[in-house]
Design a protein around this ligand. Sequence first.
Ligand code: AHM
Ligand code: MG
Length: 338
Amino acid sequence: MSYTRVTLTHSLLDEQRRLGRSGTFTSLMQDIVTACKMISHEVNRGAMAGNLGLAGSENVQGEDQKKLDVLANDIFLRMNALGGNYAAMASEELEDVHVVHGSADGRYLLLFDPLDGSSNTDINISVGSIFSILRLPDGADPGAKGTFLQPGAKQVAAGYALYGSSTMMVLTTGNGVNGFTLDRDVGEFYLTHPDMRVTPDTGEFAINASRSRFWEAPVKRYVDECLAGTDGPRGKDFNMRWVASMVAEVHRILCRGGVFLYPMDAGNKAKGGKLRLMYEANPMAMIVEQAGGLASTGRQRILDIAPGGLHQRVPVMLGSAAEVERLVAYHAEYDGGR
Ligand code: AHM
Ligand code: MG
């Protein structure tokens, strides 16, 4: 084997040079990369390290926390505070903003879901970490929730780590999407998936079909037409997948196309949907758009939403552009009474 591989650090440095950016960004990313390597290690050791099962606590969303949720959150907070780049952080697992003390020079805000899809940890199915980086506006109070409430279009960077059959890091800094695979022996991520692109068309969709009785008419129409296959209006057969781990679903879409839906439905309407805007929908929307796909609520581009709260939930429909466009058209027809 010849050593021609590029590490994640070298890839970021290369982008920094090409785009004439400062080194801050490379430094910002190093702390996230270290955190994700540590979480990957803990997820991988699983039952061997006593890491499975419930922590015995609830998070701000009223959900039971897994031991790995708590551990991953602690790792993210600790590792990302050390570099001094972040003024404050917000997490799915924390009700309030976490101000990084002693980081007077921190010019960025970090939002994250430390372990997404954690219902899968006990059954050895893929989980992931999702993160979003925003700028700290000049003069803004890093301890105020309002400072974080910037639309997704303002993200400086977004990414996820997937703890799957291999551990991967997928990143965008607003200049396309690159995927890196962790070599555990060396302890480095290597660029293995340069310039990931979402195919514009697809024959695969992902939705939790157990909720079909709650769906709105446009979602039901879309899924019914897919299920009708060659005999239906789409004139082709569709395949369906549901991992219950958004990171794994988005990764599949980046690798081979597809569309992912977690709509607002009659069962989750009071909460506004299931997935959280600031640290789930926004970073995934940026990644998918940077890879040539689309991300919408069905009625609005996700990256244009003016956030109303740190833990706000939104409907999510993302992936291959032609399918998301179709979903948006079905919502518009329904809302227009057609
Ligand atoms: P979590 O952040 O509490 O893990 O919840 C988010 C996850 C997503 O990864 C996944 O798409 C969805 O919840 C699965 O929901 P369901 O349990 O309805 O299948
Ligand atoms: Mg989550």
